[in-house]
Design a protein around this ligand. Sequence first.
Ligand SMILES: [Zn+2]
Ligand SMILES: [Zn+2]
Length: 325
Amino acid sequence: MALCSACSSISVEVLIQDLEDPPNWWGLVNSVSKPRGMIHLQSALQLKQSCPLCAIIRASIVQYNGDEKFPRLKGSSASPQEQWDVAEFEEHLIDAPIYLRPKQDFLRRSFPEESVLSAWHLRGFTAFVPVQEDVLTGVVRLFAQPGSAAALSCDVIGRLALPSSNCPEAYTLLRRWIGTCVQNHQICRETLSRALVDETTPPVLPTRILDIWPGNSRDPRLIETHGSTGYYAALSHCWPPPHKRPIMTTLENYEDRKAGIPWATIPLAYQHAIVAAREIGLTYLWIDSLCIYSHRSSIKPRRILRFAPQFSESFHADPCTYLAS
Ligand SMILES: [Zn+2]
Ligand SMILES: [Zn+2]
């Protein structure tokens, strides 16, 4: 279905132009001093038309405002009883212009692409839709197909949401992020003491660590490293309350852990971390509750200090690997 003429006129150049004559409510909903944007429809009444982008703007109003009643502009005199259901906002549209304001990344980041200083780095736009005694806002996010002119120029830096965090595209992106950090970001290669890491030398492994590629088995196993070196990730995760402690390595199960930890007994967060670490090509993963030898006593107070070397080492290791659950 074709776009309406108003939606067809939206372009990066028009969206980012200075707004000559902003409406009197502009300052109430915009903190940026220099008004930028464009008039979309001269009359909000036309938003009811069957244009696909107009429909997205309508949906953004409902989505952005959630289940709440109409949020009111500051100074509005409407009482809560007079507020309308946002899903019915179309009934309250008025004959006044709809404005679009660009959503830019002012830091001009386009990680992991190279930043292009002259580009606009748009993430989307905010739509301001006038209704009786009020203006509703909605946010529309833009994305550019990889390799398209908009993407290559970095004028539009949004990208399509991945189908899941556990799909090949997600791991390809993760590997690119890590590669960019290692190759281009000096700050990402600094240790906590600000020394620069030598990327060519793998760090000394923690005393105990999980080998996540033990032969043909899916089950990881705990190994003693005896000062050997290698690249590894460390998992940072929230500990459950004491009555739901994660699986731990203790005196009783230590030998079993070294033989292999059955996949089915591993908590989901740990499984995800193991899969992700494998996908980015690592052999080792450090997880506190499995790699710290516990006597079931108060492990937590000492945990912080004992973690520090693991995180500082793994954080800067190449590939710099720090998995957050
Ligand atoms: Zn339209
Ligand atoms: Zn980095």
